[in-house]
Design a protein around this ligand. Structure first.
Ligand SMILES: Cc1cc2nc3c(=O)[nH]c(=O)nc-3n(C[C@H](O)[C@H](O)[C@H](O)COP(=O)(O)O)c2cc1C
Length: 223
């Protein structure tokens, strides 16, 4: 099968994307509004995209009326009504249900922190709170927002943030600042309401060396 994206409805495009691009890491994004209300929401259109400068991106889609989600409104620069800051807290098994619960659409002013039972804790460099229970949190200053379809329902936005401070549980840090994945236990999002765990990992080198020892035939060209 071949697919032209323009032949799909917005819902079909979304369903296809989120079930084909898997597993996606989940940023549990904490922010605060310019009038001081904390906010928490999961975002799986998310990744770390640069080490120099250390940069994260998360992608809040426009709401059904084309409006900003709270996380986007809060992460916007001060001149646009936000605080210009956000925190990426990693999503782990220990509070996996709270990650999904934080997607509850609450009116601005009501906090998902209280709803799900996670603890807001002060950051060092940004006014947004971090999640106290998170084993790793990245304090970010918004560097750029790219609106792909401004004001249109479901339109995507990329929020790029520079990491200005990091919190990490000492027990997770191995030699050379690498994190032990078996101890971190991040979760990922698959399609629909399906999620993945990171308990089964494997190692291989990059480049030619990766092919050594692999006797399996190359799979047939899929049609
Ligand atoms: C695991 C998970 C991942 C999600 N990822 C995204 C995403 O990448 N982009 C998005 O716009 N909404 C995403 N959502 C939905 C938002 O979390 C939801 O709309 C939330 O209410 C937004 O909150 P906010 O208005 O406080 O920012 C996701 C939901 C879940 C459960």
């Amino acid at each position: 099968m071949e697919i032209r994206p323009e032949s799909l409805s917005r819902v079909e495009r979304y369903r296809f994307l989120i079930s084909a691009v898997t597993p996606r890491p989940i940023a549990l994004v904490s922010t605060v509004s310019s009038d001081g209300y904390p906010n928490l929401a999961p975002y799986s259109f998310f990744n770390a995209v640069s080490a120099h400068p250390m940069t994260m991106v998360f992608c809040p889609a426009n709401g059904p009326e084309g409006q900003d989600k709270d996380s986007l409104r809060n992460a916007r620069p001060v001149a646009e009504g936000g605080t210009g800051e956000f925190v990426v807290n990693v999503s782990v098994e220990a509070y996996e249900r709270k990650v999904a619960a934080a997607a509850e659409p609450l009116p601005p002013g009501e906090s998902e922190f209280s709803l799900v039972g996670l603890t807001p804790s002060p950051c060092r460099q940004v006014s947004a709170p971090r999640v106290l229970e998170a084993p790793v949190s990245f304090e970010c200053k918004t560097r750029q927002i790219l609106a792909l379809n401004p004001g249109v329902p479901g339109g995507g936005n990329l929020v790029l943030g520079e990491v200005v401070h990091i919190w990490v549980d000492d027990a997770l840090v191995k030699n050379g600042l690498a994190i032990d994945p078996d101890a971190l236990r991040t979760i990922g999002r698959m399609g629909g309401i399906s999620y993945s765990r990171t308990r089964e990992t494997f190692e291989m080198p990059s480049g030619r060396e990766a092919l050594e020892g692999d006797q399996r035939p190359t799979p047939a060209n899929p049609k």
